[in-house]
Design a protein around this ligand. Structure first.
Ligand SMILES: NC(=O)c1ccc[n+]([C@@H]2O[C@H](COP(=O)([O-])OP(=O)(O)OC[C@H]3O[C@@H](n4cnc5c(N)ncnc54)[C@H](OP(=O)(O)O)[C@@H]3O)[C@@H](O)[C@H]2O)c1
Length: 291
């Protein structure tokens, strides 16, 4: 099975390329310099030349706050760019896996959003990712839309790395406690995406790590695992203003994964433990006494 990955230098793209390699699949790793997804001719040329069985589309504009200031740039990449990838997949008769987000929902209420729940994004980023979803659905039958949230991995910047760095520099950190969701560890997600690529069980899925927490809970667990001593102060979203509105309720139901015969991702605490063992303790000791 030949896999073409977009956004291959990003957090998730790196782990997807590694996992495809582990499975012995030929993999074409593309990022901005190899294939700019906003250039329809370049996308079509590359995809038709490579003839992948599946395109795993990880490339995106992911600067959620900056997107509020440059909505056209964000839309060009997340909406039009995704449409270009979908059109090329159609021509090449390739499957497509599109990574989407909890930000397609408005975050109201306290119940779990299912893959069938009605999207109503409240930010530019969320709106453009949803436009990407509709572009994929309009162009293709053989697609997977996989909504994930709070992504962290070994490569690139993320919340976990930021917290670890801040704890080294400050005595107290304020963290939002009224946004509830689930972290997604790229190393746990990548095998699921490859399992999907090898299947014909098309459709919309939610695929974060299992369990839910607030950003505050997430931060506290990071410091419990690293042993860093820093005071963590619980903040309301109102006390931590940002340019983009973020959904307070990002609970995503993952029941469809098991129902369709896919393995759900491990609990988020296990994901964090695995990540910190590799990212933090390999540099700072072996961590054997930490848990
Ligand atoms: N990060 C999260 O918390 C989160 C949450 C929910 C969903 N997601 C989704 O999950 C997917 C992977 O996220 P991630 O965190 O791995 O993203 P990431 O680290 O920001 O990686 C995205 C990659 O896409 C590249 N890219 C940007 N514009 C491009 C273009 N025009 N053509 C080709 N490549 C381009 C970026 O290159 P540059 O760095 O050079 O711009 C980067 O290497 C994305 O679809 C994202 O929307 C992420």
């Amino acid at each position: 099975m030949k896999i073409l990955v977009t956004g291959a230098n990003g957090q998730l793209g790196r782990d997807v390329v590694l996992e495809a390699g582990r499975r012995g699949f030929p993999v074409v790793a593309t990022d901005l310099s190899e294939m700019d997804i906003t250039d329809p001719a370049a996308v079509e040329k590359t995809v038709l030349a490579e003839k992948p069985d599946c395109v795993i589309h990880c490339a995106a504009y992911t600067a959620v706050d900056r997107a509020e200031e440059e909505p056209e740039v964000c839309e060009r990449i997340n909406a039009a760019g995704t449409g270009n990838v979908a059109a090329a997949c159609k021509k090449a008769d390739a499957k497509m896996i599109y990574l989407s987000t909890d930000y397609v929902f408005d975050g109201k209420g306290e119940t779990f959003f299912t893959p069938e729940s009605h999207p109503a994004p409240v930010s530019v980023y969320g709106r453009t990712k949803y436009q990407g979803e509709t572009a994929v659905q309009a162009a293709l039958d053989k697609y997977f839309i996989v909504r994930i949230s709070w992504v962290f991995g070994l490569y690139g910047k993320n919340f976990v790395k930021t917290m670890i760095d801040l704890a080294g520099a400050r005595e107290e950190i304020g963290v939002v406690c009224d946004q509830i969701g689930s972290p997604t560890y790229t190393k746990h997600l990548a095998p699921l995406l490859l399992d999907m690529a090898q299947s014909e069980k098309y459709g919309v899925y939610h695929a974060t790590n299992s369990g839910v927490c607030s950003w505050f809970d997430f931060a506290c667990e990071i410091f419990r695992l690293t042993g860093q001593t820093v005071r963590v102060r619980a903040l309301s979203s109102e006390a931590y203003p940002s340019k983009a509105r973020r959904p307070k309720n990002s609970r995503l139901s993952k029941k469809k994964l098991a129902a369709m015969g896919f393995s759900p991702l491990p609990e988020w605490q296990e994901a964090l433990r695995d990540f910190i063992a590799e990212y933090y303790w390999e540099d700072n000791g072996d961590g054997k006494d930490q848990d």
